[in-house]
Design a protein around this ligand. Structure first.
Ligand SMILES: [Zn+2]
Length: 319
């Protein structure tokens, strides 16, 4: 296993105050070492756009963190800047929603995601032509639909029949308070992951990952992953959109429950390409993760989920 990592050594000094004497109780020095993973990364949650996004060129302030983001200025710039981040962070593969738009630029890196806005016929055609590698991002809650909605059955069946993994969007969906200004049909309860249980159970071969890991429904997510060992999650949007402590608490909850080998990195960069680096940093700064656990999250789990060949893996790890 090759892991290049830099070691960041932070030393915190806690001086214990002592009523009687500081001579008897010397300053307590604790060393806290956080290793940053620097190997190849697979990003399971990236977006490409075929038309102008309303957030292009605009400023957005995240009310949860207070951080301000600037949207890429054009479709072209967005693609260029995202690829720049791929190079900067050694991202060797990325699941790209609307990935056909970028596939020609790097067909080894881009995994083509197509969503359920396509007809079944259209998706089958794309699959035959090698233009459908993941069915996703499937995000019907923006239309107010639950996963159990009748209209979605055929998409789950398609994923099952074609052995194409499905990337299913659960909570959080849209920005905080989004129902009041952008997505009037979304409701928080639509994001509860246990709704997927019968869908998954009745299609045991179907590969599925839950996008955004269905934050904040940690208990539900643990239950689903416990009951159905084929379920994976990605960390899209929650790795940069939540206050870091909350993200870490949630991630820690999944890891400590024993699911560290089914968590995949995903940024969900949307129009804000800097979030890719922020998301990576948020995982790297998790002091409860070992470097091996980080390597699993950043690369190994996705490599297994995507069934990459030994040869591909070897190549990525020698880069
Ligand atoms: Zn997304």
């Amino acid at each position: 296993m090759k892991t290049s990592a830099i070691v960041i050594l932070s030393i915190s000094i806690l001086i214990t105050s002592c009523i009687n004497s500081t001579k008897d109780k010397p300053a307590l020095i604790t060393e806290h070492i956080i290793e940053h993973y620097k190997g190849p990364i697979i990003d399971m949650h990236i977006h490409a756009y075929s038309s102008v996004n309303p957030m292009f060129g605009l400023e957005y302030k995240n009310p949860l963190t207070g951080k301000v983001y600037y949207g890429s200025e054009s479709i072209q710039k967005h693609q260029e800047q995202t690829f720049e981040k791929f190079r900067q962070y050694n991202i060797v593969k990325a699941m790209v929603s609307n990935g056909a738009l970028w596939h020609q630029s790097d067909s080894t890196l881009v995994i083509i995601g197509e969503n359920n806005n396509n007809s079944i016929e259209n998706l089958k055609q794309k699959h035959e032509n090698g233009k459908l590698q993941i069915l996703g991002e499937v995000a019907p809650n923006y239309q107010g639909l639950l996963p159990t909605d009748e209209s979605l059955v055929k998409y789950f069946d398609l994923a099952n029949d074609l052995s194409v993994p499905i990337a299913y969007h659960m909570y959080p969906g849209g920005p905080p308070g989004g129902a009041y200004f952008a997505y009037p049909k979304t409701r928080a309860f639509q994001g509860k992951p246990l709704q997927l249980e019968e869908i998954i159970f009745s299609r045991p071969k179907m590969k599925i990952y839950i996008m955004h890991a269905a934050w904040p429904y940690l208990e539900d997510m643990k239950a689903l992953m416990y009951a159905h060992p084929q379920v994976y999650v990605d960390l899209g949007v929650i790795c940069w959109g939540l206050p870091k402590k909350e993200f870490h608490n949630f991630l820690r909850g999944l890891v400590e429950a024993g699911f560290g080998d089914r968590i995949m990195f995903g940024s969900d960069q949307m129009v804000w390409v800097n979030t890719i680096g922020e998301g990576i940093e948020a995982v790297n700064s998790a002091d409860f993760l070992t470097i091996e656990q980080k390597e699993n999250i950043f690369y190994n789990n996705a490599a297994r989920f995507l069934e990459l060949t030994e040869e591909e893996i070897k190549k990525h790890k020698s880069l």
